[in-house]
Design a protein around this ligand. Structure first.
Ligand code: ARG
Length: 463
């Protein structure tokens, strides 16, 4: 919608309005309306502070407060008419306030600029997303710990290079993700603490000559303190970048777990059954149960990585202080936040509802010569062989078993002794997978007692 008259908010020196294309490239209202609640919260704090400082009258502040509440309910109830000519959420709200309350609305922008306003709104919005990610991550951590607890001593193959390496427990594998995602949780909390400084009052870039109280607005908006440099305050988007980079690492973890779920739910692995709630069927192959949620989650992560790169690119060439380039910060972050929160919720649902297949895990744990390292360790410990020699002896036994088409515990004592004459029946104790995992009692190891200790520690922390 093109308006040939100049902009009512800043058009004093303009004879005519913008070209339609200019309006299209300039407007952000199509997306920044998502920050309406934050914008109104910021304006309410600003108006209350201006009145407390005697910059505006109490009655004007009261009219502004009531008017802003009306605007908020109009927006929340979908009754608000957004205007592209008014560019962005800040001017849409203020113009509507003017229509509702008249002259006092014009006093709201005293000692403020859209530059500190947008920085404040956006920071409040990102902070809300961090709080939501905190909740989502915590739910996922609970679901993983529950899975770990149910199968703390269930054996499964541990892999390196996706080749069977050594037996581990299901609980240990689940708890590995708890560690990863737990670091994400702590990164989100660190980022929140670091970003929690209020830009409001930095005004356009230089601060203001009005006697404002930045501590008061910071406190009203739940910030720890006002930001200390007005140029930095209006040109800083580190908080959004940090959200995106922390989200990227978290998303990468979610994608790795999604990848495992896709592999594990295949007919070749059958390590887990995904619940019907998180699977889809095929329109042609009646037997199919596809792990679509895990696949989509794995793919959606690309949006978050993309947003991170996009915003870094937007910011990298900008001189101080605000530049309009920075308006391009929001859509990327909105989309990344939506993707992250959806991925967290989907993963918590999938993990909570999936069924580990204990028998398939155990069968796989015992195949692939998974206890070869246990055999080599036994040769070192019992026969005092140097590890390199023990490794070689074990290698010849693996080759023998492979040739016979059996696993290590299926070899006879005679066959074992062909590789080393001093091997005794006692070796069979370490060739079983349960004994193997039970023996790995080093701190952080896969022995069920170690795994249970980590489960208790996390349950305590997640309380
Ligand atoms: N819509 C703008 C943005 O998102 C608000 C700030 C505009 N400031 C300005 N000086 N034109 O960045």
């Amino acid at each position: 919608m093109t308006d040939t008259s100049s902009n009512q908010m800043w058009g004093g020196r303009f004879a005519s309005g913008p070209d339609a294309i200019m309006e299209a490239i300039n407007a952000s209202i199509g997306f920044d309306r998502r920050m309406a609640a934050q914008d109104i919260a910021g304006s309410r704090a600003h108006a209350a502070m201006l009145a407390a400082q005697g910059v505006i009258t109490d009655s004007d502040a009261d009219a502004i407060r009531k008017g802003l509440l009306t605007v908020l309910s109009e927006i929340q109830e979908g009754r608000f008419e957004f205007s592209t000519a008014l560019e962005d959420i800040h001017m849409n709200v203020e113009a509507r306030l003017k229509a509702l309350i008249g002259e006092p609305a014009g006093r709201l922008h005293t000692a403020r600029s859209r530059n500190d306003q947008v920085a404040t709104d956006f920071k409040l919005w990102v902070r809300d997303q961090i709080d939501a990610a905190d909740v989502g991550l915590t739910a996922l951590l609970h679901a993983l710990v529950e899975q770990a607890e149910a199968g703390a001593d269930w054996v499964m193959p541990g892999f390196t290079h996706l080749q069977t390496a050594q037996p581990v427990t299901w609980g240990h594998h689940m708890m590995a993700y708890v560690e990863m995602l737990g670091r994400d949780l702590s990164r989100f909390r660190d980022a929140r603490a670091r970003m929690n400084e209020c830009p409001l009052g930095a005004a356009a870039l230089a601060g203001t000559s009005f006697d404002i109280d930045r501590d008061a607005t910071a406190q009203m908006l739940g910030f720890d303190r006002p930001s200390a440099n007005s140029l930095d305050a209006v040109s800083d988007r580190d908080f959004a970048l940090e959200f995106l980079s922390v989200s990227s690492i978290c998303a990468m973890h979610l994608s790795r777990l999604a990848e495992e779920l896709v592999i594990w739910s295949s007919a070749q692995f059958r390590f887990v059954s995904m619940s019907d709630k998180w699977s889809t069927g095929s329109s042609i192959m009646p037997q199919k149960r596809n792990p679509d949620a895990a696949e989509l989650l794995r793919a959606k992560i690309g949006r978050i990585f993309g947003a991170n790169v996009a915003l870094m690119t937007v910011m990298k060439g900008l001189p101080l202080a605000y530049s309009k380039d920075m308006q391009e910060d929001k859509e990327q972050v909105f989309d990344a936040a939506d993707s992250l929160l959806l991925a967290l919720a989907a993963m918590a649902g999938m993990v909570g509802d999936m069924q580990a297949n204990r028998d398939a895990l155990a069968a796989a744990a015992g195949s692939g010569f998974s206890t070869a390292t246990d055999l080599a360790d036994w040769l070192v410990r019992t026969l005092n062989l140097p590890f390199r020699d023990a490794h070689h002896v074990t290698g010849t036994l693996v080759a023998k078993a492979e040739a016979r088409g059996c696993d290590l515990p299926d070899l006879t004592l005679e066959e074992l002794q062909e590789a080393h004459p001093d091997i005794t029946m006692a070796v069979f104790d370490v060739l079983g997978v349960d004994n193997s995992v039970a023996s790995r009692t080093s701190y952080g190891g896969t022995a069920p007692a170690q795994v249970r200790a980590q489960i208790s520690r996390w349950k305590e922390m997640l309380k």
